[in-house]
Ligand binder design. Structure first.
Ligand SMILES: Nc1ncnc2c1ncn2[C@@H]1O[C@H](COP(=O)(O)OP(=O)(O)OP(=O)(O)O)[C@@H](O)[C@H]1O
Length: 294
């Protein structure tokens, strides 16, 4: 068996090369390494892997953050199983699935049958964890545009930018989301002026903030969680419900499970998917089965 590794050397604290050296030295594993060289290089690396990869005997390991995993899976044929070693700054996908950061276990797991999970595809990529509108997308968009993150990153305080921006979002009149949600059954739900809106395929977003306790990629289900938050006090209570994990008891959070949905975004609210802003007027989320070694 040859272990094919696709790694993003820039993910998280940039230690992918050290992990690769450990696989080579500690596990004495025959391997071929493909490093992404710049943003959106995942397609090229997957194509290079596919030139020689033999699914019956070879195995694929992906090293990187949620962003790398999502992009690699988007280009990888869905029937090829993969192993994953989380190296990002948030690692929400690994946290939700309870993935161990144990290389010996990881390589051993590729000898067993993989487990089935569900991810969601849309027009431009994959949803691993969540699609968000309102509060979360506002925060991500402001952090992306601010100079503060780069400055704080120098002191390893990059995460503080998100907290400061979230407080700013709470106090300022935040950009509320209005959207139309069409379900697999043809049902239409019109939501106006929502402070918080999330479609969760997994439990967490934003580096460990719980969206919905039972949301999991082990089920073919999207958990739709939304809240109006009309007053500052209500918005504070919505966020405290998430932080203190009292989602199911909170009178402010609405919840509805769906199998597949289309989001129509008439007022062009910002859409954020797994931490990245996407500009689309309409997003159709379709379940797709994938196979992961655990
Ligand atoms: N060599 C590279 N240099 C810069 N960016 C890269 C490189 N290779 C891939 N990328 C881009 O990095 C992004 C993914 O980063 P990734 O999610 O792995 O790490 P992270 O942002 O540190 O983690 P997290 O998503 O958990 O915060 C993708 O947009 C990908 O295209």
């Amino acid at each position: 068996m040859t272990l094919y590794i696709i790694a993003n050397p820039h993910s998280g604290n940039r230690s992918a090369k050290e992990v690769i050296t450990r696989v080579k030295n500690e596990l004495n594993q025959e391997m071929t390494v493909f490093l992404t060289r710049y943003p959106d290089d995942e397609e090229n690396q997957v194509n290079d892997v596919l030139e020689t990869f033999q699914p019956e005997k070879d195995r694929l390991l992906i090293l990187g953050g949620d962003g790398t995993l999502s992009k690699v899976l988007y280009y990888l044929p869905a029937d090829i199983p993969f192993a994953y070693y989380p190296m990002g700054s948030g690692n929400d996908f690994a946290r939700a699935l309870g993935l161990k950061k144990d290389l010996t276990h990881l390589v051993e797991s590729t000898k067993q049958a993989p487990k089935e999970i569900t991810v969601y595809t849309y027009q431009k990529g994959l949803v691993l964890n969540s699609l968000d509108l309102g509060f979360a997308s506002w925060v991500i968009n402001h952090v992306e545009q601010s100079q503060l993150k780069a400055k704080l990153n120098k002191y390893h305080l990059g995460k503080l930018t998100y907290i400061l921006t979230a407080i700013q979002c709470l106090i300022k009149k935040p950009a509320f989301a209005s959207l139309c949600l069409e379900t697999e059954a043809g049902e239409v739900l019109e939501l106006r002026n929502q402070f918080f809106f999330s479609l969760a395929n997994n439990t967490y977003f934003g580096g460990g903030v719980m969206i919905w306790p039972h949301a999991t990629a082990y089920l073919e289900q999207l958990d739709c969680v939304y809240a109006k938050g009309e007053t500052l006090w209500e918005r504070v209570l919505v966020l405290l419900s998430l932080v203190f994990k009292v989602h199911e008891r909170s009178p402010y959070l609405q919840h509805q499970p769906y199998k597949s949905v289309t989001i129509k975004n008439p007022e062009k609210s910002l859409i954020e998917i797994d931490g990245e802003i996407v500009s689309l007027d309409e997003v159709t989320l379709t379940p797709q089965k994938r196979y992961i070694y655990l």
